[in-house]
Design a protein around this ligand. Structure first.
Ligand SMILES: [Zn+2]
Ligand SMILES: [Zn+2]
Length: 239
């Protein structure tokens, strides 16, 4: 549809031509709402229907959704204290108190669709335990220990993976029943550059035969070689 003065697009009535650049053309439009606001709108936004008002339509839609909450209303762990005056991104914002005691400022959108249920504490809590039967935090070094556990166990027990023939295939056993047992034995990965090795490479994966060792020295600059003694290397010397 051609844009020309007098045409209407939603609530906007086209008044006159606005600025233009090499690609786009803007038109001054007036909204039919009580504010009678005048704004410059790009022609293609008018034609495709992306912009149909001065912004009043969106505001009305938001308030029609019942997004006005009274103090005391609860959403998950959040209790609404009051509406804040700041309005960002067309949302109403509420100051809430979380059950954990922290304040949080959240938008009505998140409250209605259920994506906001706490100050962030719920997320941190569930992320820590979700899917982890043993309750170990899946962050940082413990992840590394878990992936070592998973890898070694697979090498010994899963004939369908590469390199099984060098492990389970030649009788090497993985002698831990679960991750907590494994974790208790090997502990945290002392350094990102360490990996888990057996002292006796023909021995089983079992208590006493597993140690964290530093990967090849190539990865470190030469001058540091003499001074750098990691805790895992110390362990091996003591062992
Ligand atoms: Zn309007
Ligand atoms: Zn909280």
């Amino acid at each position: 549809m051609e844009v020309k003065p007098g045409c209407t697009f939603g609530r906007l009535r086209v008044l006159r031509k606005g600025r233009s650049d090499s690609k786009h053309l803007w038109w001054w439009c007036q909204c039919s709402c009580p504010k009678q606001a005048v704004k410059e709108v790009r022609a293609d936004s008018l034609r495709c229907g992306a912009i149909r008002s001065c912004g009043c339509l969106h505001r009305e839609m938001m308030s029609r959704r019942g997004n006005h909450f009274t103090p005391g209303t609860k959403f998950g762990r959040l209790t609404i204290i009051k509406e804040t005056t700041a309005k960002r991104k067309g949302h109403r914002w509420y100051l809430c108190r979380c059950d954990c005691g922290k304040p949080a400022t959240v938008s009505n959108g998140g409250l209605v669709n259920g994506s906001t249920k706490s100050c962030g504490c719920l997320y941190r809590q569930t992320r820590r335990t979700a899917g982890w039967k043993h309750g170990k935090s899946p962050v940082g070094r413990k992840i590394a220990v878990y992936s070592a556990y998973y890898r070694e166990r697979s090498l010994c027990r899963n004939p369908n993976i590469p390199f099984f023939e060098y492990y389970g295939g030649r009788g090497i056993e993985f002698r831990f029943n679960n991750f907590p047992e494994f974790y208790q034995t090997v502990g945290d990965k002392p350094d990102p550059d360490c990996w888990l090795m057996r002292l006796d490479s023909d021995g089983h994966f079992e208590k006493g035969n597993l140690h964290w060792v530093k990967r090849g020295k190539k990865r470190k600059p030469k001058k540091k070689k003499a001074t750098q003694v990691s805790s895992c290397q110390k362990d091996i010397r003591l062992a």
